[in-house]
Design a binder for this molecule. Sequence first.
Ligand code: NAP
Length: 248
Amino acid sequence: MSLLKNKVAIITGASRGIGRAMALRFAGEGASVAFTDIKRDENMISLESELLAMGVQAKGYESDASSFQHCEATVNEIISDFGQVDALINNAGITRDNLLLRMTEQDWDLVMNINLKSVFNMTKQVVRPMMKARAGSIVNISSVVGVFGNAGQGNYSASKAGIIGFTKSMAKEFGSRNIRCNAIAPGFIATAMTDKLTEETKATFLANIPLNRLGSGDDVANAAVFLSSDLSTYISGQVLSVCGALNT
Ligand code: NAP
């Protein structure tokens, strides 16, 4: 299939997990893929090779999404390497879960900077080229807990709720320039991030998922392809839950 042929996509935090699934899925639809991650490790190198073997232009960039300067330099480099940017997927994210009484200021700031400030950092860099092109799609990876909250995830759920507010604002600010901005709210997706949870927490989540399974990176990637493609040209400012009906 070629839903993303001739499009250049930037995906942050993509060396593993959901971001990696998105990079591979985007390449499968013919997109050129520029992806970032905090370090250039074996995951980044292997993803770069896999993408190139699929016959698309691809490159991994070592870049801290929470750093405004890194994002500015990285997007400039990507535009110089790829010539354009059609889609930005703000995916980089972390958890530092704790009940509020035990949560440190450092863990609050870290989660806010990596999960939420990163979305500002990267969006700020791509809107100018997208405005010039009078087209673009920005997809922000939020979470179902950004919609309904979760005990022990005050920092994480606040960052993910912040992403939703930012998404809706950008949809209104840039709609007249044909730049769309949507959020995806994944539920419980099997990655290293959710591996860390206790078996008890996983079982509780699973018991509440009507589709009766954890989601996969591909489940989220399919939604991101749709929102980045011309199949969704009249969809902006929305939050698409990919959660097996958990958030229903
Ligand atoms: P993951 O497996 O932990 O992968 C996250 C990726 O982001 C890693 O490659 C990580 O690099 C990278 N990263 C971390 N900090 C970064 C930074 N400052 N700059 C650039 N890259 C950075 O997580 P995931 O489960 O795929 O999650 C991806 C996104 O989906 C996150 O925004 C997460 O909040 C969201 N989400 C996940 C779930 C779920 O159930 N898994 C549910 C809802 C939402 P390292 O390898 O170096 O750590």
